[in-house]
Design a protein around this ligand. Structure first.
Ligand SMILES: [Zn+2]
Ligand SMILES: [Zn+2]
Length: 366
């Protein structure tokens, strides 16, 4: 029996919907594991529009943006501000083109960075995938220049993960497309942030004051926006309606899961949120309940990891844990990376031990 489609998987619809006064939801097409669209929100004012998370790089998204804006009597030239909630390509894709064509400001967290040595994980795509050259297989690459390499960055530049698995990558077709665009120059894809923000900053958009809420976890540079007057909350990928956002073990933080828990508590405490506008899926209202449910899910996962370790009865590699933690259809680099994040969380809390096998692969006993 086919499984019901989750709302985050729904194909992008062309209709634009007004989800709050002056805030329009525009669905843009993406095809990623578990995701069929990304929501770009347009906040309308007398000068034009600010857009939040303008989709993937490339002409398809750009056409969709032009068409959706057309429905509300605007063109891409009317966009004066682009807000990027975090450094994933399905969120920052259209930003540099808006900057070039309409002179839009680009707002992102001050730690926004995209690249293998950047602030965060690149589960969906790595900087290699944006490079013009063929970086696959055993090609020697330039030595990394880590500023403050965390242990989890070990060997990342060689295309291997710290636990000896394959690095998470998007499908080949997507990578080739991005590489072709990358040939036009990296700056045509990765935006230059003109207005870096941090926690507590206030953005005035459409005569409303929006507070920047820094929410590291899904990426270290992730932030949400909250308007206390109308109770609107732009959630990005931090809190999604029916799926849990991917938490990657490859991160600038040694324990991204702890950061994520902290950020879930941070948003659950915000009072009077009326409408949550997520980057994937439909708007919803109970931010606190949803944040708590996501946290619960990860705590259950941590408990599962401990019982899996007990069953195995000896130190085991990340892949062995992953195969018991996830259903076979989810097996792969992303699931491994998330499993690694859970194992490291347990290790740092003193609830697991890590050793190496003869090849240097990490083994865990929880
Ligand atoms: Zn994301
Ligand atoms: Zn996303």
């Amino acid at each position: 029996m086919p499984m019901a489609k989750r709302q985050e998987q729904e194909e992008a619809r062309t209709e634009v919907s007004e989800v709050a006064p002056g805030v329009m939801r525009m669905e843009l097409p993406i095809h990623m594991p578990g995701l069929g669209h990304v929501n770009c929100y347009a906040i309308i004012d007398k000068d034009g529009a600010a857009v939040v998370d303008p989709g993937l790089p490339g002409p398809g998204t750009w056409r969709a943006l032009g068409e959706r804006l057309g429905q509300i009597g605007m063109t891409t030239k009317n966009v004066h501000t682009v807000i990027v909630t975090h450094s994933h390509p399905d969120h920052f894709g259209g930003a540099s083109r808006f900057a070039k064509e309409s002179g839009a400001k680009v707002v992102a967290h001050r730690t926004f960075r995209f690249g293998p040595m950047g602030s965060d994980d690149h589960a969906e795509v790595s900087a290699d995938d944006l490079a013009a050259e063929e970086p696959d297989s055993d090609h020697p690459e330039a030595p990394p220049e880590p500023k403050s390499p965390t242990e989890s960055m070990r060997d990342f530049s060689k295309g291997k993960t710290p636990w000896g698995g394959e690095r998470p990558r998007p499908p080949l077709k997507t990578r080739l497309k991005w590489r072709m665009m990358g040939a036009l120059g990296r700056s045509s894809i990765v935006p230059e942030v003109t207005h870096p923000v941090e926690h507590g900053d206030v953005l005035v958009l459409a005569n409303r004051e929006w507070f920047v809420v820094h929410t590291p976890g899904h990426t270290g540079d992730h932030f949400c926006l909250h308007d206390p007057d109308t109770g609107l909350f732009l959630a990005g990928d931090h809190v999604l309606p029916t799926i849990t956002p991917h938490i990657s073990g490859i991160s600038s933080s040694p324990d991204p899961l702890s950061s994520f828990f902290y950020s879930l508590d941070r948003v659950a405490e915000i009072r009077d949120v009326q409408t949550v506008l997520p980057a994937h899926g439909h708007p919803f209202d109970d931010l606190k309940a949803r944040s708590e449910a996501i946290k619960r899910h990860h705590h259950e996962r941590l408990d599962q990891v401990i019982s899996i370790s007990r069953e195995i009865g000896r130190p085991a590699d990340v892949q062995s844990f992953m195969q018991q933690l996830f259903k076979p259809r989810s097996w792969g680099a992303m699931a491994e990376s998330e499993t690694y994040a859970h194992l490291e969380h347990l290790r740092i809390a003193g609830n697991a031990e890590r050793s190496n096998d003869a090849e240097g692969t990490y083994l865990y006993l929880a």
